[in-house]
Design a protein around this ligand. Structure first.
Ligand SMILES: [Zn+2]
Length: 93
C-alpha cells in the first residue's frame, strides 16, 4: 500500500507576469517583469514578492523565464535558479 499523500498543494513554482487586466491602461512601454508564483490569494496567485497577482494564462518554468525580465524584489529574487550555478553532478575530476 502507498502512504504517499496524493496532493497537488505543493506544486512546482512557476513564473508569470503580472495580470495587467487590473489596470485600465496597461503600460506597454516599460519592460515586463516576470515574478515567481507564491501563495494563493483571493484575487489569484500572488507573486513571491507579494506585490502582484499573476496572470496564469502565460507562464514559464523558472528556468525558462528570460533572465533580463526576472523580478529582483525580495521574495522572487531568491526563488530563481542561479544562472551561474555549476552544472551539478558531483563529479570531481
Ligand atoms: Zn516579484
Amino acid at each position: 500500500m502507498t502512504t504517499t499523500p496524493d496532493t497537488t498543494a505543493d506544486e512546482e513554482p512557476w513564473a508569470a507576469m503580472r495580470d495587467a487586466s487590473w489596470y485600465a491602461r496597461p503600460n506597454v512601454h516599460t519592460a515586463k517583469v516576470i515574478h515567481v508564483s507564491g501563495r494563493p490569494a483571493r484575487e489569484g496567485i500572488l507573486s513571491r514578492c507579494g506585490r502582484s497577482v499573476l496572470n496564469r494564462d502565460l507562464t514559464w518554468t523558472l528556468e525558462d523565464a528570460p533572465e533580463h525580465a526576472r523580478c529582483r524584489s525580495n521574495g522572487c529574487r531568491q526563488a530563481w535558479p542561479a544562472a551561474t550555478a555549476p552544472a551539478g553532478g558531483g563529479d570531481p575530476r
